[in-house]
Write a protein that binds this ligand. Sequence first.
Ligand code: MN3
Length: 266
Amino acid sequence: MDLTLNRRDILTRTLPAAAFAGASLGSLGTLMAQPPAQGQMGQKSIIGSMIMQAAGNGQYKLPPLPYDYDALDPHIDAQTMQLHHDKHHQGYVDGLNKAVQGMTEMASGEIDDAKLAALERNLSFNGGGHLLHTIFWATMSPDGGGAPEGELAEAINAGFGSVDGFRNYFSKAAGGVKGSGWGLLAYEPLGDRLIVFALNEHDTKLMAGACPLLPLDVWEHAYYLKYQNRRADYIKAWWNVVNWKAVGEAYAWARKAFHGRKGEGE
Ligand code: MN3
């Protein structure tokens, strides 16, 4: 693989990546909620629709689940889904709104170092929590499971050798998180490749610029009612509800955003 970037590459790859850094709610949502070019995918992506509902009128909002609380049973139980979505995710939405309001207020007055550090932390924690949970709900489905197809499958094979290799690696990365965190499959635009990494808590500042495609919440609140301390069993069950179609759409859109026509079907 040729790793040198020429002048055109720097303009076409680096600048959009910098502009997209952090995979903000707005850019990701606007991008994914648009109708696909040339009827390629037929309808709006589920991730795009949910992200578009995750904010409005200058406020962040809790997007409704795209299925019933008990839809993912027996893999994820209804009570966990209800508490996780209605209470935990709502808490991050409220925290994010409070943090951005605090940022505006602090900027117009005296800036206290300790308060600034706390606010920075709240912004990253709640912003990451809101984005990751929104994509988490969208990438699960009662009709999920199976295997990825098409270009996503090709990219997984290229990056991880095989779908089984990817599954194993992702499961180990997510299972090995110390305390609370996430496993994440993301599109990394500079290398035009898929990467998997673990996040502590909701820290999306890691690997800024990578676009989240498939997050798995491994906080205890995501599984403890049903699986108690058996995180590995929860991860194994979660593969049965992964909405690969949604992940494939997100991959196609993210790639197209950074590489234009190149991503459309080479
Ligand atoms: Mn959670």
